[in-house]
Design a protein around this ligand. Sequence first.
Ligand SMILES: O=c1ccn([C@@H]2O[C@H](COP(=O)(O)O)[C@@H](O)[C@H]2O)c(=O)[nH]1
Length: 277
Amino acid sequence: MLSREQLIAEIKKKKSFLCVGLDTDIDKIPEFLKAYPDPIFEFNKRIIDATADLCVAYKPNSAFYEAYGIKGLQALIDTCKYLPKDTLNIIDAKRGDIGNTSDKYARAFFDEAESGMGFDAITVTPYMGNDSVKPYLAYDGKWVIILALTSSVGSKDFQYLQTGDDFLYEAVIKKANTWAGADRIMYVVGATKSTEFTNIRQYAPDNFLLVPGVGAQGGSLEDVCKYGMTKDCGLLVNASRSIIYASNGEDFADAARAEALSLQRQMAEELEKAGVI
Ligand SMILES: O=c1ccn([C@@H]2O[C@H](COP(=O)(O)O)[C@@H](O)[C@H]2O)c(=O)[nH]1
């Protein structure tokens, strides 16, 4: 589990704010791994070993594990246990439900003694409001990452609806800021929305932003940094497919490392440019 201060310290130490997305798809992993008892976990283990010194966070997306039933869940549990202690380990589950149900989701992903999974952070949808988010905040030191402005094309369907003077995504940030501080809440903002970062920083000056959409979705790391970086960095930039599927041969872990290294080098430059390091 990493506090805000520890996360910032890791970013400075590793000169990286990279989050490696573990969206592990059995149809995309190298053929030779399928001979292992748990190909998904074997793949993840090698990706983690190859990238741990270059990133400050990992983000398995639960859909990629739930899709395979019990085997997928076991791979997620084993992956969670294998993740390094000095990275922020996020489950991208995008949950949202009434309080007593959220309480079970929180237990599933946060309470290692109960479920086998002790993630540090979870992505949640804000649509059902305060009582749907509170149960996650009841876990001391765990992070809640609220969907604000997503990378998807469909973000315009609801997130840009006008509510009073605000777009809905702005209202989400303003309201969620009353639930807990920047030491417990992060927001998801897509890299494909980089020009909105200046505006978002008016409402979330200190919160870390989890930024998917660099790599396969075409978002610009440079623009995200230009408009979204703070004096503490304030960004966790995720890349999933562009790293983990950089090769589907026997060299996949080396290729993933090369891709992560290229992003880490760009990040080190951005951190220097902004005076964070
Ligand atoms: O707005 C959002 C919120 C979440 N995601 C998730 O991030 C990764 C992105 O994967 P790439 O392969 O790097 O595109 C994936 O798990 C999404 O479900 C997002 O893309 N946008």
